[in-house]
Design a protein around this ligand. Structure first.
Ligand SMILES: Nc1ncnc2c1ncn2[C@@H]1O[C@H](COP(=O)(O)OP(=O)(O)OP(=O)(O)O)[C@@H](O)[C@H]1O
Length: 814
């Protein structure tokens, strides 16, 4: 059927072809004859009889191409697979790494298209899909070398290249080598892309192409391909999954695994060993290894791009004395190609790489493969290790670094027929450039950030691994790992904290549900006896409470969009899950979201204080106007203390501090004495005021101030006029006149004197001293203001009035 469709197509275009191309009648007759002969031989192929490529019924162009590249004797997989492939069978090919699987599918492709007289105008006849760009490039190069004598056009369609350029040429390509993503892009977007006449589909590293990572892409690609085609699957770790094979709709595939009965699944000349070390020893061991293998070609595999990037940057700065290269997925395509070619070319070089370089890449003469981080599974180990000891005679060594709890992997390796031996590291030969790394990091923020990223990405990769028996992030000494990378302060591992928190919650929930179960069980067992309803309540109640708690918790779930590894800031979003909004108040959510706000650490507080230049443990008092008052106690007075404060040196000099305190003590004593004096003065003043007040209350004239009321100092001194009554009057001063007796008399007087008594009460009673002064003391000694008052009052009263007033006063006194 395939053949028929092809023939029809060719006939339909034949007229056009003759006009465009030179007639090649003679040549085509010869070719037809050759093709017929070859095709007739296909059924007779016996792999056991094949000694060289010549023994296969191959076209002269292919044989010449092989010869030119020194391919004379086919490898085991080539011997067994090529015959079946030429017969048009679907193949599942599994063979050790470096055993020549590439030629095992390239030769059948060339022969298939040759026999079908495929031309440029026939479009895509063969499709080879590879999981990585580098591998696709390598296959393309191998095809160009072996198939250059054929007239087919070949194209490499991988990501990171010029899409427009590829688009225009897609309709002219006969053999297409591609990666899944880019192929699907052309299938979806490029109207010129047509693979409806595809003859052969090849999946190199088939198990990888069909695994979870490429599942949807591959499914979409397969849907676009004609179902009538030959399919060849090759890998060192071939899939036998019925599901995978069903996806590809293989028709009775032939399983070819020449090494299935072999003692080992890895190349015979590959010497494999492993060491057990602590996580913080890895960098030192790697550094020492490189320093001891300066004349070798080494590949170092790590778990993540960020680790590769950091180790490369760090080791470049440490200058080990050998070329260093790094190959990982996030590099620009051009750079990836340059590094790939450079590593192929050089002989004394170290390549740090991710698993991007673990499959299929055929770097020549690699001496060592170091697996610095535990491989995900046995398959990954096989592919990584297989980058050395390739081809017929290739030798090589592999070293696997494992953490103590990762040693379980060795059992799996040995079960999978991988001969691996444990070796010990000679500690005397391990020199970790720890100090140098730390100083490099302190000098370069970029390098430090790179280290932080490497740290987090490694932990995350461990966390995401499926095999939890081997990969357990909880068992890692993260602080030690951070230190080994040169990070004195280990970065915050957000995703891990989140996970630990979730786990804690889970265990709490489990405990609670256990408690419920126990209570329920108890209730059930007691049911036979006299069990009241009230006694059943605890289990039910507890369950209800837990349900309520769960509901509350579901309200306050947060969605951390950007995870630990992301360099962006946190973005918190409240996510309400399966909750009836009527059940719980909104406040609940809000308060909880506040609680979830970033915790204020002591370090953060200290930073804030430093930034705002706030002195801790100090009290600042403010006036009512809001002005800061100086704290006298904290003011230093002595010169020595001032000097001490200004020096502001870290640490405490006890002796000097003592001297300063003694000096300050003197000033403190003076200050204290002054304070006591002031206090006494104040007390005296208060007492005086109090007395004055009391006096004022009892005073007939209602005023204590000498200046306030009318001054009657001009009146004659009653003592002088009437003689002294007793000695106490004089000694008591002005206050003596306001005794209890006087007040009694005043009361009586006021009762009988009518208006006059009212007038009396308005005037201040002058002190005896003033009365004396107004008479005897020269006027110059009286203050001008008082003098004026005296004059004013004197002027306002007539002599008789004044005398009457004086008499009244004297009577009252008596
Ligand atoms: N018949 C041969 N004679 C000599 N050298 C060969 C032959 N076939 C392949 N080689 C060489 O062996 C090396 C490994 O071949 P190839 O890359 O095809 O191995 P592979 O089985 O695909 O390995 P992997 O599983 O790692 O992809 C290549 O350098 C290739 O040139």
């Amino acid at each position: 059927m395939k053949q028929d469709g092809k023939e029809q197509k060719k006939q339909g275009r034949s007229g056009k072809k003759l006009q465009l191309y030179k007639p090649r009648k003679k040549k085509s007759v010869e070719e037809d004859a050759a093709i017929q002969y070859l095709q007739a031989q296909y059924d007779k192929i016996n792999p056991a009889e094949i000694k060289s490529f010549k023994d296969f019924p191959l076209s002269q162009k292919t044989l010449k191409g092989l010869r030119e590249n020194n391919y004379v004797t086919p490898t085991e997989i080539q011997r067994q697979a090529i015959g079946y492939a030429l017969q048009g069978k679907d193949i599942l090919g599994a063979a050790k790494t470096g055993s020549g699987k590439t030629l095992a599918f390239l030769i059948p492709i060339l022969e298939n298209l040759f026999c079908k007289k495929w031309t440029r105008l026939d479009g895509v006849g063969a499709l080879v899909i590879s999981p990585t760009r580098e591998l696709a490039y390598q296959i393309y190069e191998a095809l160009r070398k072996v198939g250059h004598l054929h007239d087919f056009s070949a194209g490499l369609i991988i990501g990171g290249q010029n899409l427009k350029f590829e688009r225009k040429r897609m309709d002219q390509i006969n053999i297409l080598i591609c990666t899944p993503g880019r192929l699907l892009q052309h299938m979806d977007e490029n109207p010129l892309f047509d693979c409806s006449h595809l003859q052969i589909l090849v999946l190199d590293e088939a198990d990888r192409c069909l695994d979870m990572g490429f599942e949807t892409t591959m499914n979409a690609i397969i849907e676009n391909l004609p179902s009538e085609r030959q399919t060849l699957l090759f890998s060192a770790t071939q899939t036998k999954s019925v599901k995978d094979l069903a996806r590809l709709s293989l028709s009775f595939p032939t399983y070819i695994a020449p090494h299935e009965q072999a003692e080992t699944v890895t190349p015979e000349l590959l010497q494999q060993s492993y060491i057990i070390c602590e996580i913080d020893e890895k960098i030192g061991i790697l550094w020492s290894f490189i320093k001891n293998h300066l004349k070798q070609k080494v590949i170092v595999f790590m778990a993540t791009c960020k680790q590769v990037k950091y180790t490369y940057e760090l080791f470049c700065k440490l200058r080990p004395g050998i070329s260093l290269l790094a190959l990982y997925g996030t590099l620009h395509q051009e750079k990836r190609e340059r590094i790939y070619n450079e590593f192929c070319r050089k002989s004394n070089v170290v390549l740090f790489a991710t698993d991007l370089a673990s499959r299929g890449l055929d770097f020549p003469r690699v001496n060592w493969v170091i697996q610095m981080d535990c491989p995900e599974d046995v398959e990954t180990y096989i592919h990584r290790a297989g980058r050395t000891a390739r081809g017929f005679t290739g030798k090589g060594e592999g070293l696997l670094m494992l953490l103590p709890h990762e040693e379980k992997l060795v059992e799996d390796l040995q079960k999978s027929k991988i001969p691996i031996n444990k070796i010990q590291v000679d500690p005397s030969k391990v020199v970790a450039p720890q100090r140098k790394i730390e100083s490099l990091l302190s000098d370069s923020t970029e390098l430090k950030q790179s280290a932080q990223r490497a740290f987090v990405s490694y932990l995350k990769s461990v966390f995401l691994m499926k095999n939890k028996e081997i990969f357990n992030v909880q068992l890692l000494d993260t602080d030690a790992y951070a230190r080994s990378l040169g990070l004195i302060v280990p970065p915050y591992i957000k995703f891990l904290k989140k996970y630990q928190y979730a786990q804690k919650r889970q265990s709490e929930e489990n405990e609670n549900s256990d408690a419920i179960e126990k209570l329920k069980a108890k209730t059930m067992s007691d049911e036979g006896s006299d069990q009241s309803e009230a006694e059943e309540e605890p289990a039910v109640e507890l369950e209800k409470k837990l349900k309520k708690k769960k509901k509350k918790e579901s309200l306050i779930k947060f969605d951390f969009h950007n995870d630990a590894d992301s360099d962006e800031e946190d973005f918190l979003q409240v996510k309400r899950v399966d909750v009836d909004p009527g059940d719980e108040p909104l406040e609940e959510v809000q308060t909880s979201s506040k609680k979830k706000a970033k915790p204020l650490t002591k370090a953060a507080v200290a930073k804030k204080l430093l930034k705002k230049k706030i002195k801790v443990n100090t009290t600042v008092k403010f006036t009512e106007e809001g002005e800061a008052m100086e704290d006298e106690k904290r003011d230093v007075k002595s010169e020595l203390a001032k000097q001490f404060v200004n020096e502001n040196v870290g640490g405490i000099d006890i002796e000097k501090a003592k001297e300063v305190l003694q000096e300050e003590d003197k000033f403190d004593k003076i200050r204290f004495r002054e304070k006591v004096k002031a206090k006494h003065k104040e007390q005296k003043r208060k007492l005086k005021n109090k007395k004055k007040e009391e006096e004022g209350e009892k005073d007939d004239f209602g005023s204590q101030s000498e200046s306030d009321g009318p001054d009657l100092s001009w009146l004659p001194d009653p003592d002088k006029v009437y003689g002294k009554k007793d000695g106490s009057d004089e000694s008591g001063g002005s206050e003596e006149g306001s005794g209890p007796e006087a007040s009694d008399h005043e009361d009586n007087e006021s009762a009988g004197s009518g208006d006059e008594s009212d007038v009396d009460q308005k005037f201040h009673r002058p002190s005896k001293r003033k009365l004396v002064e107004s008479r005897g003391i020269p006027q110059a000694s009286v203050t001008p203001r008082k003098l004026k008052k005296v004059q004013d009052v004197a002027a306002s009263l007539s002599v008789s009035e004044a005398e009457a007033l004086a008499m009244q006063l004297l009577q009252a006194k008596r």
